[in-house]
Structures are given as C-alpha cells and as structure tokens.
Design a protein around this ligand. Structure first.
Ligand SMILES: [Zn+2]
Length: 65
C-alpha cells in the first residue's frame, strides 16, 4: 500500500476527495461541484444589470446605417 493521498471534504457536497495531482478539481470531487462553487461566488460578486439596454443600442445603430 503506497497510497498516501490526503482525504479532504468537497466544499460543495462534503464528499470525501483524494487530494492528488490526478484530481484537477481538488478540493472538489468533480468539475460539477467546482463550477457550482465558482458560480455561486460569481453570482454575488459580478452582477451586471442593464444588459438588455446595451442590446437595444446596438439594434438602433444597425438600423441607422
Ligand atoms: Zn462534490
């Protein structure tokens, strides 16, 4: 037995995860859990209101030509 990998808990689902170089998603158990965690962070920090207004401006510009 030469398995010395540390075991950590996935921050998203609390599953046991081996902390090894073979796991690119560590400390998460999977890409899904990593994206969920990053998505929750981005949703609170990078809210961009008024996106529809930008689309209206672009439409007017195209019609004017
Ligand atoms: Zn997980």
């Amino acid at each position: 037995m030469s398995d010395t990998a540390r075991i950590v808990s996935c921050p998203t689902c609390q599953a046991a995860v081996k902390w090894t170089a073979k796991n690119p998603y560590r400390p998460f158990c999977s890409e899904r859990c990593k994206l969920i965690d990053l998505g929750a962070w981005a949703d609170e920090s990078h809210r961009i209101p008024g996106d529809a207004d930008h689309q209206d401006v672009l439409s007017e510009d195209l019609q004017g030509r």
